[in-house]
Ligand binder design. Structure first.
Ligand code: FAD
Length: 415
């Protein structure tokens, strides 16, 4: 067994790992990224939010994404039976980018990892972190590759392992999410949409006509294909864990699509030519986001819900906050991880949480589908949907629960 040392070890080369790696390397910190799989590999999480463009730019990774030919995205569209509304993110109240992309994550994640590597970040594929020990001076990571095993010592670990949740498992930090267990059934389709009113520049979220807590995503890509998924409680989707799910069989997903007449009409000609996958009970939390020698990034920490496509944005925000805290640490400052990382990260996560909970109990759906919104209020809501959940100049961020309740009541009374 060989032993090696790095200042910061990053577990996982998803978006949060690559962005953290690039930011640290740019600050002259010696960093090593360890990735279990071989890229490209499939990942879910394809509709980005404009706020995430700022973190990519800061890490010097935006150009690679802008040049890749991904589907341009300028907003979100929502449909529930005959109610339809659009949010154009360029009309948001927050400063910052108003457009972004919808991406096949296999390509996107590979582009980010390659661009980080071009900046000098060592990214090691098929290096799996199996165990970690902490002592007073450093952390020791036990790593295996297809050929061998070795030990890497590090001053600090950023866990960007997503659903691998390496440190939450090893340090027993896992906490159940307060959100109920929901699942998703999804695939990629050749969409063959001919409806001239369909806007490929927006994600389309459709609500089930009779069960408003069940919803569908339709995320167009730039190559005539779409990501399509349905989300509901485990019990509603009846994804029986004991039964074998045949990925080649799209009939269950198609039967859900058939229950939403507008979506069914839109996808009349669609070709279901890709495996159908499921993710169950995806929401998760942790008891602690950082310690003396570690911080949890992105999905390795907290994951809420896919309804507002906030996952990658939160992952990149966490990478940026953690990298800046580490840069200060290597400049000789004493960093308090609660104030430098956990509190600011959770402020945005909790803003999203307020709107996610209100989506499922109906309050936020009433706001979204309100036919005649006041433009300033719509701009504030657009900002949140565009990912600017950390913008404290937005009253719907700082006082999210109170403002949302007042607005929802008003919308209900005046419809
Ligand atoms: P990941 O992208 O998951 O990367 C983690 C990496 O760590 C992986 O490459 C993995 O191989 C590696 N790894 C794991 N274990 C180890 C180990 N032991 N050693 C070494 N490497 C390891 N987000 C959006 O922004 N938009 C969406 O539209 C969206 N839709 C979603 C739909 C569903 C149904 C779900 C469940 C989530 C969705 N998300 C969406 C969330 C999104 O998938 C995640 O938030 C995002 O991928 C998190 O990025 P990450 O960098 O934290 O981790």
């Amino acid at each position: 067994q060989t032993r090696q040392h790095t200042q910061v070890a990053i577990i996982g080369a998803g978006p949060s790992g690559s962005v953290a790696g690039a930011l640290l390397k740019r600050a002259g910190i010696d960093v090593t990224v360890l990735e279990r799989s071989r890229f490209p590999r499939f990942s879910i999480g394809e509709s980005l939010l404009p706020q995430s463009m700022e973190m990519l730019e800061e890490a010097g990774l935006l150009e690679a994404i802008e040049q890749a030919g991904f589907q341009y995205k300028n907003g979100a569209a929502f449909r529930c039976a005959d109610r339809y509304c659009e949010f154009d993110f360029r009309e948001k109240s927050s400063a910052g980018p108003g457009t972004t992309f919808q991406v096949q994550r296999a390509n996107f994640d590979q582009l980010l990892a390659d661009a980080a590597a071009q900046q000098g970040v060592p990214v090691h594929f098929e290096h799996t972190v199996n165990a970690i020990e902490f002592n007073n001076e450093q952390a020791e990571l036990e790593i295996s590759t297809p050929e061998s095993a070795y030990t890497l010592t590090a001053d600090f670990i950023l866990d960007a392992s997503g659903y691998g949740r390496v440190l939450p498992r090893l340090l027993d930090l896992e906490q159940p999410s307060p959100l109920p267990h929901r699942s998703a059934l999804f695939t990629h389709i050749e969409d063959r949409i001919t409806d001239p009113t369909y806007d490929r520049n927006k994600i389309l979220i459709s609500v089930h006509p009779t069960m408003p807590d069940i919803w569908y995503w339709l995320i167009p890509f730039s190559n005539g294909r779409c990501s399509l998924g349905v989300v509901g409680l485990d019990s509603q989707l009846e994804l029986d864990q004991s039964q074998h799910h045949d990925p080649a069989d799209s009939t269950v997903l198609q039967s859900w699509v058939a229950q939403e007449p507008k979506l069914k009409a839109l996808l009349e000609q669609a070709q279901y030519d890709h495996p159908v996958q499921t993710i169950r009970g995806y929401s998760c939390g942790v008891s602690q986001l950082a310690g003396d020698r570690f911080a949890l990034l992105g999905n390795a920490g907290e994951f809420l819900d896919p309804v507002f496509s906030s996952g990658v944005t939160i992952a990149l925000k966490s990478a940026s906050l953690a990298a800046h805290a580490l840069i200060r640490r290597y400049q000789g400052e004493t960093v308090d991880w609660a104030t430098a990382y956990t509190v600011p990260l959770m402020q945005g996560v909790n803003t999203f949480r307020t709107y996610v909970e209100a989506w499922y109990d109906g309050r936020f759906q009433d706001v979204i589908f309100y036919p005649d919104p006041e433009p300033t209020i719509k701009a504030h809501i657009s900002s949140i949907l565009a990912g600017y959940a950390w913008d404290k100049s937005n009253p719907y961020v700082v006082e999210s629960e109170r403002r949302l309740n007042t607005l929802a009541t008003l919308c209900r009374e005046t419809v």
